[in-house]
Write a protein of this length. Structure first.
Length: 356
């Protein structure tokens, strides 16, 4: 393989082309294509059972490819005529359960897959343990480590042979919430410094937004949308993606004169006149002010949630029926229960999708 510095001029490091995979009659992956560049972190995101792990296992060679192509560094690893075994693909793997060897200490777990003499392997393993921040655990055995330490050792073991591709399957889901934030943060730094192309599977949109340069959203085995986190959040391709990235208020409407009517004014849309639509509005797009002119709502409840406050509102719908909507305001914003507030709509966070 060429030296690291040569990667930018080469094809994407990991290239999955038109992959389809069946388990018996179940189609788990449907025509998926995806590339991960050098030093890039791409998250495969989607609900449980949508085929994420299968894609990762096919990339690793843990599952036999049925249709399509897997290439790494421009070299075909699997297609109709080729099937390079996992250990010869130059990939580092991290799984949810870490899969450490219980009978080896931490240093030997990491040194296991390395080349060279015993001293050289130990020195290299120690250097990687230092990079991930668990060098002081080198002589301990996996079962006495905390979950966070085990995760770091698993990461070190995967990174030690300096793979060009890192494949991580739900690597943080065994950790409790607080620790998870820390471990995600340090893992991101280590992955970025390694320069490897990283593909990370997660079902958690917050995790994907935190970790990813680009997110690939999957549903029923297919790629629904691929883009930077900000693109997916602010320009979701469909209602599924919009909902997946966070809470939305849904208002049924119809296109009239180039927009979907809402109690807060029309949201522009290029959908055909007369189409039945659903307007999805993020809670942070409903901006509240002291009651005045324009649209307003009655406060049902207001709760401070930490960095923001959530206000439950009752708003008169266009057909006269009341709508129960959520507004999220930054910081502490706690209007009186039963009071009226003015509502301004941020069109940037309001999306119109056809329901016809
Ligand atoms: P995800 O990682 O998104 O949860 P998976 O790739 O694990 O999804 O699974 C996709 C679909 O394939 C699911 O319906 C799952 O039950 C099925 N599946 C996964 N692995 C196997 C297998 N070895 N045999 C049969 N069905 C499988």
């Amino acid at each position: 393989m060429p030296p690291r510095g040569a990667w930018p001029s080469l094809p994407p490091v990991l290239e999955l082309r038109d992959i389809t995979h069946h388990y018996g009659r179940l189609r788990a992956v449907a025509g998926l294509s995806l590339s991960v560049g050098p030093g890039e972190v791409v998250c495969l995101l989607g609900p449980s059972g949508c085929g994420k792990s299968t894609v990762l296992r096919l990339a690793a060679g843990l599952e036999r490819l049925q249709s399509g192509r897997v290439a790494i560094g421009g070299r075909v690893m699997a297609d109709a005529a080729n099937d390079v075994p996992p250990e010869a693909r130059g990939v580092g793997l991290v799984f949810q359960d870490y899969a450490l060897f219980p009978h080896l200490d931490v240093l030997d777990n990491v040194a296991f897959g390395l080349r060279g003499g015993a001293d050289e392997r130990a020195a290299n393993a120690r250097a990687v343990l230092r990079r991930v921040g668990v060098e002081d655990q080198a002589a301990r055995f996996p079962h006495v480590l905390s979950g966070g330490q085990q995760q770091r050792v698993a990461l070190a073991r995967a990174l030690a042979p300096e793979p060009h591709v890192m494949l991580l399957d739900e690597p943080f889901s065994g950790l409790d919430a607080r620790l998870r934030d820390q471990v995600r943060d340090s893992t991101l730094h280590v992955l970025k410094e390694s320069g490897a192309a990283s593909l990370l599977v997660t079902h958690d949109p917050d995790e994907a937004m935190f970790m990813a340069d680009r997110i690939a959203v999957m549903r029923d085995g297919a790629l629904v949308q691929l883009g930077k986190p900000v693109e997916l959040y602010s320009r979701p391709a469909d209602a599924f993606v919009a909902r997946f990235f966070g809470e939305t208020n849904a208002i049924a409407s119809r296109i009239e004169r180039g927009g979907a009517a809402t109690p807060f004014g029309a949201v522009p849309s290029k959908l055909p006149e007369g189409s039945a639509v659903e307007v999805l509005i993020r809670p942070e797009a409903l901006r509240l002010k002291p009651a005045g002119q324009g649209a307003s709502g009655r406060v049902i409840a207001a709760r401070m949630l930490g960095r923001s406050s959530l206000v439950h509102l009752s708003v008169d719908g266009l057909n006269g029926n009341p709508l129960h909507l959520h507004s999220r305001m930054p910081g502490r914003f706690l209007p009186e229960e039963g009071s009226r507030v003015a509502i301004e709509l941020d069109l940037e966070q309001s999306f119109v999708f056809s329901t016809g």
